[in-house]
Write a new protein. Structure first.
Length: 248
């Protein structure tokens, strides 16, 4: 298996430290740019993908590329500017999980990985399923919290009908949790990670990255790829059996 590439530096990560075989990741905004870099790296690390765009037809070429890597891929419509589209994302994430289980992949071999907007559905899934673990990277406490910090002059808390209130749901998660965040994240402040971690039951691990980033978002995109060894160590610490055994 080829090593995943860091989307900013173009340098490969150590494949021994980043094996996502038998796992599924939901990646938003994969019609171009950083979303595709992130999704491609996850696929090269062995993960099956749920990829999204405002128009599903724009994903056809990229989906074919991922399938050529030997990975399964599910393409979905998702417009993060559209409330109903975001609501459907949660249902589609549930359908994707069920599809993996129906294909014979035991739930205890599936690691729920949610990045940015995808963290909301991942936390929701983790409250309902006994997966191997929940990994959150660049996650928010809730959509209203994130929007209020980004647009403090607007009454977003009062008009946001889609909540994805991960902070309220975290005490209901009864699988191992790893929360990763860049301290310099300019998209979602790392204070969200601290609150999510405080609310999560044990076993859990918190990874705060202080290394410099070249992704233009303070590490919101590539900090996890720059620190994959930390992720593997954290997962090995919280999983009831070694990470390699989970992937068999």
């Amino acid at each position: 298996m080829n090593a995943p590439m860091n989307p900013s530096t173009g340098k490969p990560s150590d494949p021994k430290l980043f094996d996502l075989s038998g796992q599924v990741a939901i990646v938003t905004g994969t019609s171009r740019g950083l979303g595709q870099y992130f999704a491609r790296a996850l696929a090269k690390a062995g993960a099956d993908l749920v990829i999204t765009s405002r128009k599903r037809e724009t994903l056809a070429e990229f989906a074919a590329e991922i399938e050529a890597l030997g990975r399964r891929v599910l393409s979905l419509d998702l417009d993060v500017r559209n409330e109903e589209s975001i609501r459907r994302m949660a249902a589609d994430a549930e359908a994707a999980f069920d599809s993996l289980v129906h294909r014979g992949i035991p739930a205890e071999r599936i690691i729920l990985l949610g990045h940015s907007l995808g963290s909301g559905p991942a936390v929701a899934l983790a409250t309902r399923h006994r997966a191997a673990a929940l990994v959150l990277f660049g996650a928010f406490t809730s959509i209203p919290d994130a929007a209020a910090e980004r647009y403090p002059w607007l009454p977003v808390r009062y008009v946001a009908s889609v909540q994805f209130d991960s902070l309220a749901r975290m005490p209901l998660v009864h699988i191992p949790v790893v929360i990763a965040h860049s301290r310099a994240d300019t998209t979602i402040p790392y204070s969200h990670a601290l609150k999510l971690y405080a609310a999560a039951p044990e076993p859990k691990r918190l990874l705060i990255f202080d290394t410099s980033s070249q992704d233009g978002f303070g590490g919101h995109v590539d900090a996890l790829f720059d620190n994959v060894h930390s992720l593997e160590a954290a997962l090995s610490a919280v999983l009831p059996r070694p990470l390699a055994a989970v992937n068999r």
